[in-house]
Design a protein around this ligand. Structure first.
Ligand SMILES: [Zn+2]
Length: 357
């Protein structure tokens, strides 16, 4: 009897020992993620944060990183997006000294910027509406070498002004019709004359160059009529001009002021918007027009008729022209509203809405 009990006890003891051995072996092998993170040095709160913000697929990335306070900063950001987790870590590894919020913003943009160092300039660029990813290297070049706000950096590069006026030259694409771009980078051929020019007459014109393209002329007359109801008298002073006319004008200015000065206020032949038949110099073609009731009415209302102030104040570096309160360009209602509301130039509109696509 005693022997039997002893054998049973021995068997039980052996069993318990064996069970315990495997149980603990097993347990050590399959430590929970909580325990592994605690082992790395994360606090209980940090572990809870990691578990609530990182998907299971990315746990291995976290463990590989080891203890890193920046991980906690990434996860604590209001801009944190779980789907971008591995991109944050990858970009962070290359930019360990950079601001975490910049890293998050740059990754969240969705553009592949992994080859560009994280910086506050890059982070503010990608947040801009008119950011074009193909231009990023030039944005960074211009932004790092000029003390300019980020909107100006984007405007300068999108308009190509960063390359230098007249430094490269392209044929204007006439297929864009009302949105054709003619400036110090895009030019019209010597013999281009629009086929649908009409003459502005009567109260609408007081100048020798009275022709505009039909749609633009109709819009201009509508605008002049509307202004009159507000007791504002507008009239065309100079609209369509031929290549030859512009050539004579430009050469006259060069003789008077020299080329460098002439380039600031007069277009070279082929590079004048007046050859498009889509613009009009209204009322008074000199600086005295600025601040008049007529000029102010145009500033507030022209876009409602499809016209934009073509060479605005403060945008001289982008358009290449000094402020011309009298020069209005027809672009159609849709583009005019965007250009007016977003305070951009035709150059910037063209780069983003036409050239990019
Ligand atoms: Zn003009």
């Amino acid at each position: 009897m005693g022997k039997k009990v002893l054998i049973v006890i021995l068997i039980l003891l052996f069993g318990v020992t064996l069970f315990s051995f495997f149980f603990f072996l097993n347990k050590d092998d399959e430590k929970s993620i909580d325990e592994l993170l605690l082992d790395k040095g994360y606090s209980d709160n940090e572990v809870a944060l990691i578990l609530s913000k990182v998907s299971e697929n990315d746990y291995s990335d976290v463990l590989e990183l080891g203890y890193d306070k920046s991980l906690i900063n990434i996860l604590s950001s209001a801009e944190y997006n779980e789907n971008n987790f591995s991109n944050y870590i990858e970009y962070y590894m290359k930019n360990k000294d950079s601001n975490i919020n910049d890293i998050i913003t740059i990754v969240n943009s969705g553009y592949d910027l992994s080859n560009y160092p994280a910086s506050s300039l890059l982070a503010s660029l990608v947040k801009e509406k008119y950011y074009i990813n193909d231009n990023v290297a030039r944005y960074l070049d211009y932004g790092n070498s000029h003390n300019a706000d980020v909107k100006k950096v984007i405007g300068m590069v999108n308009s190509k002004a960063d390359l230098g006026f007249y430094s490269v030259s392209y044929d204007s694409n006439l297929n864009y019709n009302n949105l054709v771009l003619v400036n110090k980078f895009f030019h019209l051929k010597e013999d281009y004359i629009p086929s649908d020019l009409v003459s502005l007459g009567g109260q609408y014109n007081r100048g020798a160059n009275s022709r505009m393209r039909k749609e633009a002329a109709d819009a201009l007359m509508k605008m002049v009529d509307a202004a009159k109801l507000d007791n504002i008298i507008l009239y065309n002073a100079s609209a369509f001009r031929t290549y030859d006319y512009q050539e004579n004008l430009y050469n006259k200015y060069i003789q008077r002021d020299g080329q460098e000065a002439a380039d600031k206020y007069s277009a070279r032949p082929g590079y004048s918007e007046h050859q498009t038949g889509l613009c009009s110099d209204l009322n008074v073609i000199d600086d005295s027009f600025e601040g008049t009731d007529e000029a102010n009415w145009l500033l507030y209302n022209a876009y409602k008729y499809g016209f934009i102030l073509r060479f605005p104040k403060g945008k001289e570096d982008i358009t290449g022209y000094k402020y011309e309160p009298w020069h209005y360009r027809y672009v159609g209602l849709e583009a005019a509203k965007i250009i007016h509301d977003d305070d951009i130039t035709l150059e910037e509109y063209y780069a983003y809405y036409i050239e990019k696509n």
